[in-house]
Design a binder for this molecule. Sequence first.
Ligand SMILES: C[S@@+](CC[C@H](N)C(=O)[O-])C[C@H]1O[C@@H](n2cnc3c(N)ncnc32)[C@H](O)[C@@H]1O
Length: 327
Amino acid sequence: MALSNDTHDDVGAGIRWWSELRCPRCRGALRAEGGLRCGACPATYPVDRGVPRFVPQDNYAEGFGYQWNRHRLTQLDSHSGLPISRDRLFRASRWSAGELRGRRVLECGSGAGRFTEVLCETGAEVTSFDISSAVHANAASNRRFPNLRLVQASIYEMPFPEESFDYLICFGVIQHTPDVERTFKTLFRYLRPGGRFCVDVYAAMVAYTHPRHLLRPITRRIPPARLYSAVDKAVPCLLPLSTALHSVPKAGPYLARLVPVANLRYLNLKDRRMLRTWSVLDTFDWLSPRYESPQPRRRLERWTRELGLSEVSIERHRGLYVVRGVK
Ligand SMILES: C[S@@+](CC[C@H](N)C(=O)[O-])C[C@H]1O[C@@H](n2cnc3c(N)ncnc32)[C@H](O)[C@@H]1O
């Protein structure tokens, strides 16, 4: 990859932690020289607005980049005024803020940074990355934390030394990658022995029976801006219909499921406007990803056995399996 002209001039500011990065191709050390240059092979990596980039700008996650830059703040607790991301992170992981303080935490696929913010607030040394341009939304919101290291990279080629993190989280990501088993197994290479992890994934039996799968073969091919505009127009009609169906005694939740709109009524958001904004974001998030491969529990059990992970628990939280344990 050639050094680009967008190389930011704050290379010096990042020099201390950038020296801990590794060339994802040959594992060589990198030095700040314009962008980042590998000392062991010819590879060079640009630094875009202060964020080192290890993937081509055009990749399969373009829709995510669009979505998270458009909704940079929507799901951040500091913006919503609600502890939704904080509660989800600590409920799913069963970790405490206190135990993370000063520990090295790796967050894979950070999107707009709703969980990055929560992790940084604990005082952990947080390393976050995403394959898409969402890293720039995350940077804009969370740059204020001196304990955050942010790069644009892929799970398949992480620019970090192996076994160098104490904790690892990966929420909402692995079902959106081209090879979920490879993704899942790659994550653990970067966790030190004895390190703790929490990874979630769409549960197959819930997700595959959802009507969005009838639409996705078409919608995932629509350019993000066009799809977003269609979703933005449809949600104000579909959301009240979904909510009305929900209130039908007994059959309500099943009937509402037939309406292809993300209805976040269970989150008790502050008002109708907020519900609508979250609904547009999540409905787009259902329809746009290039890949969506929900997983059955038995497969997750097999993968964790094959990796020799210990203290493993796999719990269903709504439509997700949350996999926790120790390496
Ligand atoms: C549904 S979003 C979840 C973002 C964030 N974890 C959250 O829960 O708000 C999935 C994210 O995974 C990222 N992603 C997909 N494939 C990836 C890969 N191979 N490496 C890193 N990130 C990836 C996407 O760009 C996207 O931002």
